[in-house]
Write a protein that binds this ligand. Structure first.
Ligand SMILES: [Zn+2]
Length: 395
């Protein structure tokens, strides 16, 4: 079956919506659309994209009373939508051939439509929707713990969120500015140590710099969280006894490789079950510091677990699936540069950096290299095959 995104060098958010919708329709899936982004945000988005395009689409494929559900989500980080969408479209088309009747598929396209439309990782309020779900913690244990900002982040902030308007007067090249700034930041700690620290300090998230990177919000649910909760309530069959969430991301890890990242405690029964599905040593537990990703609170797995605990009582397993594209320093500076453009220059039509930073984001999170995309599809099939077999056998 043809995969429209595979051959598009630079798909836009509407392209991806249409491809997903067409794949779901052709597969006979039940389609549900969330339109939470239509009104009330920053005025500026209305000028640049049509209101109706900012939607999250869910599609359920399978029997109405499945025992297990494979739950795949894409585009929580807006700019990371396209690789995941390409994988899901193919999975949807081949579902009948691959999965037994008692396993259903719930696929979600574009959990952060504003971010995808504007090539931003974060949402319309500059909140990272994969760090901001701490209201789920509150509901579980009764306390609301704000995401702490590490002293290292405070030190790093001027470098990773440079005041572009000042720099812009001296140079026309965004890449040079941001690379130089990031390297300066890392050099403070020595290069080898610096890269590790950079990943940890940025990746953990922070709660005090609303204009900074990986901002975890002020505790209010993001639109992505509201849409996701509604989708779980409305589209995930109540008969499901087991749910495996694969939340697809891009930009961390070696090019074309998949990392299966678990936020469950190391040695817990969730990780054991997932190791049985995907193979010994394949699950990277962030809690044990084994992962290329860092342990952070407020991730989407928390929210889905919370929602399922109220509504379903199903056994919940969940992974953040990272698909590598470019080296960490490149993806870091692209995210920092785009964030700085969004913070300081977004509404300036004269800004020479806006288009440049967008082009870098698009390439880093969905490289145009056809061979890489095909190899990602190949590995994706393997991951989905193991997930389906595991769900079919899991008791
Ligand atoms: Zn991500």
């Amino acid at each position: 079956m043809s995969n429209r995104l595979l051959t598009m060098p630079r798909p836009t958010f509407p392209d991806s919506c249409k491809a997903f919708y067409a794949a779901a329709e052709a597969a006979g899936a039940i389609i549900h659309v969330e339109c939470l982004w239509r009104r009330g945000i920053r005025g500026l988005y209305r000028k640049s994209v049509g209101e109706d395009e900012l939607v999250t689409i869910a599609a359920y494929r399978g029997t109405s009373e499945p025992q297990s559900v494979l739950f795949v989500t894409t585009g929580l980080h807006g700019s990371e939508l396209y690789m995941g969408s390409m994988l899901v479209n193919e999975l949807m088309g081949a579902w009948d051939k691959r999965a037994p009747a008692h396993v259903g598929l719930l696929a979600v396209h574009g959990l952060n439509p504003w971010g995808s439309s504007h090539s931003h990782r974060n949402d319309e309020n500059n909140v990272d929707p994969n760090r901001a779900n701490w209201e789920a913690w509150k509901l579980r244990d009764g306390t609301l713990t704000k995401v702490a900002t590490s002293p290292e982040y405070v030190e790093l902030n001027p470098y990773i969120n440079p005041r572009l308007p000042d720099l812009w007067r001296y140079t026309g090249c965004l890449k040079a500015v941001c690379e130089f700034w990031l390297l300066e930041a890392i050099r403070k700690w020595s290069l080898a140590e610096g890269k590790r620290k950079l990943k940890r300090v940025i990746g953990t998230g922070q709660g005090d710099y609303p204009q900074g990177v990986f901002y975890a919000g002020d505790g209010r649910p993001t639109r992505s969280a509201i849409a996701l909760r509604r989708i779980v309530r409305r589209c995930l069959p109540k008969s499901a006894e087991r749910v495996l969430l694969l939340d697809l991301h891009t930009g961390l890890g070696r090019a074309g490789e998949f990392s299966l990242i678990s936020h469950f405690p190391k040695g817990g029964r969730e990780n054991e079950r997932m190791e049985r599905m995907f193979g010994v040593g394949t699950i990277e537990a962030t809690a044990a510091d084994e992962s290329i990703a860092v342990h952070s609170s407020g991730v989407i797995e928390t929210l889905v677990a919370d929602e399922l605990a109220r509504e379903h009582g199903a056994l919940f397993l969940g992974l953040c699936v990272e698909i590598g594209t470019y080296k960490l320093l490149k993806s870091s500076w692209a995210v920092c540069a785009r964030n700085a453009v969004g913070t300081y220059l977004y509404e300036d039509p004269e800004c020479p950096y806006a288009r440049e930073s967008r082009a870098y984001m698009d390439e880093i999170f969905f490289p145009a290299n056809r061979a890489l995309r095909e190899s990602v599809l190949e590995r994706g099939r393997e991951i989905f095959r193991k997930a389906i077999e595991g769900l079919a056998q899991c008791t």
